[in-house]
Design a protein around this ligand. Structure first.
Ligand SMILES: [Zn+2]
Ligand SMILES: [Zn+2]
Length: 284
């Protein structure tokens, strides 16, 4: 009934390809896969992907980070991903909401540093939507949450180091399809540093976009981060990018599909449009 009432919106909004549920360690009891599905139906989203965090507090000997001598464990909240529990919830939601496409996935953190550990989990079950993301950077012999670096480095230096590491992530990992929140520390750009100077990082952004497009992958428009500009999405196209994915990065059900109308307007202004599959990526 609910989905019929909002059915006229189906096909207008894109799928939410980046949602966290109770199976992500950083939702701390606030998230519910069931509630997120209900919210997606309410909004008329054609699909929702549960992309739970795949982070590792410890490295396996075969992971690149072990050979680099960099200490992992950038956050003490990190917990292993319970794949069996997650898949059971997913099945339950699919049974309860047959009209919603419910897509499996993970958000693999620093996959270039934890390739062996991440690949072992991905081999254990079929995951449809695999995001790659960088939250933490090697600094002073250990992985450090990139947002924390604003305390010790000039803000533009943080962004340049981050975007340079994203290129290393893209070149060093082929286990993900979509690059999540490509400029993640921008969320924490210090208020005292003035407006975020996107244009001054054009060279670094283009290097990321070129590497991503060159490997045939997809750029995420993340609506938890400050929204990408039309200019940035045009750079993506100029560097060879052909597809964008929309992701709310919701850690509570109420944020599923958040700011999607604004994000769609930006993508459309940059020439991207819905493809033949309403649950697919937007294309140009
Ligand atoms: Zn993330
Ligand atoms: Zn996320």
């Amino acid at each position: 009934m609910r989905q019929r009432a909002f059915g006229r919106l189906t096909g207008v909004l894109p799928p939410d390809n980046h949602v966290h549920s109770q199976w992500s360690y950083d939702t701390f009891g606030r998230a519910s896969m069931t509630a997120a599905c209900e919210r997606a139906l309410e909004l008329g989203l054609p699909a929702v992907a549960f992309t739970e965090h795949l982070d590792f507090a410890d490295a396996a000997p075969a992971d690149a980070i072990s050979a680099m001598g960099i200490e992992p464990g950038w956050w003490d909240a990190i917990r292993p991903f319970d794949v069996a529990g997650y898949l059971a919830s997913l099945e339950e939601c699919r049974r309860a909401h047959p009209s919603l496409r419910i897509v499996s996935g993970v958000e693999a953190g620093e996959p270039h540093l934890f390739a062996a550990s991440a690949a072992a989990v991905l081999a254990s079950a079929p995951f449809d939507r695999v995001l790659g993301s960088l939250h933490a950077l090697p600094y002073d012999g250990r992985l450090v949450n990139s947002a924390r670096l604003f305390r010790v480095l000039p803000p533009d230096e943080v962004m340049r180091r981050y975007l340079t590491e994203v290129v290393a992530l893209i070149e060093g990992s082929d286990l993900f399809e979509v690059l999540a929140h490509m400029d993640y520390p921008r969320r924490h750009w210090p208020a005292g540093a003035g407006p975020y100077p996107e244009a001054s990082f054009e060279g670094e952004y283009r290097a990321v976009l070129r590497a991503l497009a060159g490997s045939g992958r997809v750029l995420e428009v993340n609506t938890y981060s400050p929204l990408a500009s039309v200019t940035l999405l045009r750079w993506w196209h100029e560097e060879g990018g052909t597809a964008v994915s929309f992701g709310s990065d919701a850690h509570v059900a109420g944020r599923v599909g958040d700011k999607f109308r604004e994000a769609v307007a930006i993508a459309e202004a940059a020439g991207f449009a819905r493809g033949g599959d309403p649950a697919g990526f937007w294309l140009r």
